[in-house]
Write a protein that binds this ligand. Structure first.
Ligand SMILES: [Zn+2]
Length: 376
């Protein structure tokens, strides 16, 4: 997808993505996976009537052998004829990915594993795992971990897992106002002890003290910490997901020098860019927002680069469920970034050499540095 796009032809690291579904999808199921909404609605109509819908019809239809802008119904019929495995191979193959960091902690139905994704995406792709802190804690609790030992057990699990990062979904559960100091052990043990299993024996960690302790544990383990920020499904109270709520936590964790990576950020991407400027250990991306804003993603990239240091912006797709989202994330982000760089070069605000260098920082080098990935 990238040969013809100036300044962004190099290797791509997708530092936050998920598996794809392992089944053929009818129209209702497909539409429910397109964006963070609930699918088609009485008043919403079809999610195809959106920037993402336009992008699927324009850029994904030709990969299925259809004309650009194919009708949604024709697209879905053709998709069903090919089957989900073939569609996955075509979309991920065309996305021109090099490294994937896969969040394996959200599996509402069977999804492709990191190894499956690598197979779909082609030989040269390497995959790494990112552990979701709450999921690790919930599994340890279900397995009988003691309340007093839970956080240490999570820390040990992070260290031995081989994962390259940890992820917190505090935004979804208790909000982003994480404290500026590690919660006291006695308070954490009390909060953990008050968690009760569901009828089936599983746990849901949604306590602010426990979630804060988990985030602090990642920092103290030296594990790069991803935080969900901003845009998400209707479980998120978006008003509690402004990254500026993280200020005390970021100020307190700065001395550790462990990267904190703010995911998605929309519509607070300018707030995130500010934090990336003033805190040396803060990085950010525009995952999820890029494919949802489709052809308008260029504005997001331009607004982010108003303040974000060039060494702090990373690429992620936040693809989940539909392989189309891997392709669109890659294609639309490369184009958006390229458009912004072309503008700066054409007005002589930036040299072409700098544009190539900055393109490579954002697409790959920043992620390689933040996660300590081996370079090939
Ligand atoms: Zn995600």
């Amino acid at each position: 997808v990238s040969e013809e796009i100036p300044f962004v032809a190099g290797p791509l690291v997708d530092h936050h993505c998920h598996g794809v579904v392992l089944r053929d999808l009818d129209r209702a199921s497909y539409e429910s996976l397109m964006n963070e909404g609930a699918g088609a609605g009485r008043w919403t109509g079809t999610p195809f009537d959106s920037m993402l819908g336009l992008a699927i019809r324009r850029h994904c239809a030709p990969l299925l052998g259809l004309e650009p802008h194919a009708d949604p119904e024709d697209y879905l019929v053709r998709r069903a004829e090919l089957g989900h495995e073939e569609v996955g191979r075509r979309m991920l193959g065309a996305a021109r990915l090099d490294v994937l960091l896969v969040d394996t902690g959200f599996v509402p139905e069977p999804l492709s594993s990191p190894a499956d994704l690598a197979e779909l995406a082609g030989d040269r792709v390497r995959v790494h795992e990112v552990l979701r802190l709450e999921t690790v804690a919930e599994r340890l609790l279900a397995a009988g971990a003691s309340p007093a030992g839970l956080i240490d057990a999570v820390g040990r699990r992070l260290v031995v897992s081989g994962a390259v990062g940890a992820k917190s979904i505090a935004a979804y559960r208790s909000g982003l106002e994480l404290p500026g100091e590690r919660p006291r052990d006695a308070d954490v043990a009390r909060a953990v002890a008050s968690l009760r299993p569901r009828d089936d024996g599983t746990f849901r960690v949604a306590d602010p003290i426990v979630q804060a302790a988990l985030a602090w544990t990642a920092i103290e383990s030296g594990m790069p910490l991803q935080l969900h920020v901003g845009y998400g499904d209707s479980d998120v109270d978006l008003i509690r997901c402004d990254p500026l709520l993280l200020t005390a936590f970021l100020r307190a964790t700065a001395p550790y020098g462990v990267p904190v990576l703010l995911l998605h950020n929309y519509p607070f991407h300018r707030h995130a860019a500010y934090l990336a400027q003033v805190f040396d250990h803060v990085f950010m991306d525009l995952g999820l927002a890029v494919h949802n804003t489709g052809p308008m993603a260029r504005t997001l990239v331009a607004e982010t680069l108003e303040l974000a240091p060039f060494g702090k912006l990373l690429y992620s797709s936040d693809a989940f469920g539909l392989p189309e989202l891997y392709l669109l994330g890659s294609l639309l982000f490369r184009r958006a970034l390229s458009d912004v760089l072309i503008d700066l070069v054409s007005t002589d605000e930036m040299s072409a050499d700098d544009a190539v260098r900055i393109g490579s920082l954002v697409l790959r080098d920043n992620a390689v540095r933040a996660y300590g990935l081996a370079v090939r």
